[in-house]
Design a protein around this ligand. Structure first.
Ligand code: 13P
Ligand code: MG
Ligand code: MG
Length: 382
């Protein structure tokens, strides 16, 4: 078995929530190079999307391996030390516990992992994509993954014999603290039930997708932890990472990226409290847009049966996405024109986790209940 692990965290950034420093990236790369020389990982990459560092590791230890999760935690701690020394903002922001017990899940960082049999005859080669998003939650992947894996409008490949049998979605209730509360739904039959859940990106997220024709083949993994569910209050956005295997028995990269042309509105942005469109950007792009426009990057890789990782191809760092970027910016300007009003900001249940709730609490205390007296014509009158 080979395992691809993508573990992502915000442990400090320059001048606000923009990007980690070059020195932080260098330290992360040095640590993973050491793990590579020690034989713990067979391949790795270090990227950032906005202010989040993403550690991509290929290894033979399976999903949720304590050695790999501890390694990721140590790398984030080393990068945090650099961020502190450099006086950066939010140093150690996503390290919510003193030390995780062999698994970063529930401790702050987001993890997406897929273990697979590299000798399976239905996968003669292993191409895959890593999506990293900043200033949004795991639900940002709901629409694009639903579209690709259920709708031939976005993925004509679903009509092919290898995919016609459909996929099994594992959906997690991200508001549930303590244990994973999940439901498994098979498409195409249950794509509407899936839509009923996935429309609520704040509560329900796609944790995994498996092939139905090859049930042991996991095609998608998404980090679905929500920091507020762990911490009970707003600690920065959850800024998810997803791995999507591609080609052959799975959708092709060009199909998988196609829904991002929509630049759909997602929850997140400034103070994690607004709705803004998500902009596909080149890898290692800082967040500099008004109100922290959410960003998503996508890297394509190949890995050999020995676990040797190729260099990455920057899927959104291409002129083909310039028109989408402009569209996202225009959509952002449109919704920003209505400031805090209505759908521009998140629903109150979401703001309950943020400091906005304290402002509301003090106003609640000022409300008074006025007695209603019955009028002669039967209608209430003050
Ligand atoms: P991050 O979660 O990316 O740190 O962003 C937090 C925020 O509130 C930006 O306004
Ligand atoms: Mg940050
Ligand atoms: Mg971030």
């Amino acid at each position: 078995m080979l395992t691809i692990s993508a573990i992502k965290a915000d442990v400090g950034s320059i001048g606000g929530h923009t990007r980690p420093s070059i020195q932080m990236m260098d330290v992360a790369r040095e640590r993973l190079q050491q793990a590579f020389e020690d034989g713990l990982v067979t391949g790795f990459d270090v990227t950032h999307t906005g202010d989040d560092l993403c550690l991509l590791m290929v290894h033979r230890l399976g999903e949720a391996a304590p050695e790999i999760h501890n390694l990721a935690w140590e790398v984030f701690e080393a990068a945090t030390d650099v961020a502190r020394a450099q006086g950066l903002y939010g140093a150690g922001q996503d390290l919510l516990k003193d030390a995780p017990s062999g698994n970063v899940r529930g401790a702050g960082p987001g993890a997406a992992e897929i273990a697979f049999d590299e000798t399976a005859s239905e996968r003669p080669a292993e191409p895959f994509l890593v999506f990293t998003a900043d200033k949004c939650g795991p639900g940002a992947f709901n629409f694009p993954l639903w579209a690709v894996f259920t709708s031939p409008m976005y993925c004509a490949g679903l009509l092919l014999p290898k995919m016609k049998a459909g996929f099994r979605f594992t959906i997690i209730d991200m508001e549930h603290a303590g244990g994973d509360r999940v439901i498994e739904l098979e498409t195409p039959e249950r794509h509407l039930d899936l839509a009923i859940l996935l429309r609520d990106e704040n509560r329900f997220g796609i944790q995994a997708i498996h092939s139905r024709k090859y049930p042991h083949q996991k095609v998608v993994a998404v980090s679905t932890d929500r920091l507020h569910t762990i911490a009970g209050e707003y600690k920065g956005k959850d800024d998810p990472v997803a791995i999507v295997r591609s080609q052959g028995i799975f959708p092709a990269p060009e199909e998988i990226v196609s829904p991002y042309m929509v630049a759909h509105y997602v929850a997140g942005d400034a103070r994690g409290s607004h709705h803004m469109p998500i902009m596909p950007v080149a890898i290692n792009t800082p967040v500099a847009g008004a109100y922290c426009l959410p960003l998503v990057a996508c890297m394509a890789y190949s890995v050999t049966k020995e676990g040797v990782l190729s260099e990455g191809v920057d899927m959104f760092g291409n002129v083909a996405w310039d028109a989408t970027r402009l569209k996202a910016q225009r959509k952002a300007e449109d919704i920003r024109q209505q400031g805090f009003v209505g759908p521009a900001m998140l629903p109150i249940q979401e703001l309950e986790y943020s400091a906005f709730r304290h402002s509301l609490e003090s106003l609640e205390a000022e409300f008074e209940l006025r007695e209603t007296v019955a009028s002669p014509n039967g209608q209430g009158q003050n």
